[in-house]
Design a binder for this molecule. Structure first.
Ligand code: MN
Length: 371
């Protein structure tokens, strides 16, 4: 614990010095000049912004080489547009030779998170993140040791933290890095609406100024594939309003990010304080929870809902989780969704945040359909 406390008190320039030293030592030890930057599966804008900024820092600031690798496809149209418009290049972590790297720098995630795959034999040199560290699970394998940890739960976006490293190292983000960092801060803080520090504000304003604003507009409102609209129709039919919560359990989904996309959509319903959306993709059940502006505690609430099953993460108003389905056939999926619905309604009833009673009859259990 003492170590963690002293980490928090480091100044920005001490953090840059510590990272520089850690990478230099790893380079001397391994004989490699190349760092592998990794983030969580199917990276979101903050993960991509932090990774792009970190690559610039390592290359321009530390005179080393860096490669960004990802796992899993990027499905969401806005995130695909970000990759296209900013011309971002990522390697596929599952198809690359890891042996030429001195080690890993993890951004916007932590080694023990379920949606993060650490290549077996690479040392984890640094972890830069703003998510709640997970509660220690005694049954789980111990996560690999980390040389340098910078975890600041109060910061709105990991991209803002990486921005601070860049500025402190004397590097001004170019249009590409500024655009990526801006998208990260925009996405994770809702354009500075919540969970914001001075640092997030500096990163947002400075990177907005340095980015290509026309590209940012195309990223925010990309054209959408037909599947988006068919998924939306299904979500509208399955969504139910229970007091201040919108609950939509979608069965099989076209892609795992449809779940978070629909959670973002439903939380905009008047008087909605929470939206919870679930869906099954390739044998896993995905859940996304959103709270309205002014609410928080998404991470804690999703933890209670999942009750120790699967893995989850989040911060402020955003949380997501994934649990493997034992037998991903229709009946089992229906059972999972029925059980989830019952549990969520029980939790809502207990917390007194719903108009439902503790034991809703079958009529109220269905909730009010949205469409
Ligand atoms: Mn983030």
């Amino acid at each position: 614990m003492e170590n963690e406390d002293s980490q928090i008190e480091l100044t920005a320039s001490e953090r840059v010095a510590a990272l520089r030293k850690t990478l230099a030592e790893a380079s001397a030890k391994s004989g490699s000049e190349r760092v592998l930057i990794l983030t969580h599966r199917s990276p979101d804008p903050d993960a991509m912004g932090a990774a792009v900024g970190m690559k610039l820092l390592i290359e321009e600031g530390f005179n080393m080489a860096a490669t960004i690798a990802t796992v899993g496809r990027i499905h969401r149209a806005e995130n695909q547009a970000m990759v296209r418009e900013l011309d971002l290049r990522f390697s596929d972590s599952e198809k690359m030779d890891h042996s030429k790297f001195m080690g890993l720098v993890l951004v916007d995630t932590q080694p023990s998170f379920g949606h993060t795959t650490i290549p077996g034999d690479l040392p984890v040199l640094a972890v830069i993140d703003h998510h709640e560290p997970p509660a220690m699970d005694v049954d789980a394998d111990a996560p690999p040791p980390v040389h340098l940890e910078d975890i600041r739960v109060g910061v709105g976006a990991t991209s803002s933290m990486v921005y601070e490293y860049l500025i402190e190292a004397g590097i001004r983000p170019d249009a590409q890095a500024a655009g990526a960092i801006f998208c990260g801060v925009r996405y994770d803080t809702g354009d500075l609406a919540e969970g914001v520090t001075d640092l997030d504000q500096r990163a947002w304003f400075d990177c907005f100024r340095r980015a290509d604003q026309a590209a940012l507009q195309r990223i925010q409102r990309p054209s959408l594939p037909p599947e988006y609209f068919s998924q939306l129709a299904i979500a509208l039919r399955s969504a139910r309003q229970h007091g201040h919560m919108v609950l939509a359990l979608l069965g099989e989904v076209v892609n795992p990010e449809a779940v978070s996309e629909m959670a973002d959509f439903f939380v905009r319903l008047e008087d909605c304080r929470w939206s919870l959306v679930g869906g099954c993709y390739e044998g896993d059940y995905y859940l996304s929870l959103r709270t309205s502006v002014g609410e928080s505690g998404a991470y804690n609430l999703l933890g209670v809902i999942l009750k120790g099953k699967g893995s989850f993460g989040g911060h402020g108003r955003i949380a997501g989780g994934r649990m493997p389905l034992e037998d991903p056939i229709d009946t089992s999926l229906r059972d999972v969704e029925r059980e989830l619905r019952e549990r969520v309604l029980t939790i809502l009833g207990r917390s007194g945040d719903s108009s439902e009673s503790n034991e809703p009859d079958s009529e109220t259990r269905l909730g009010r359909p949205l469409a």
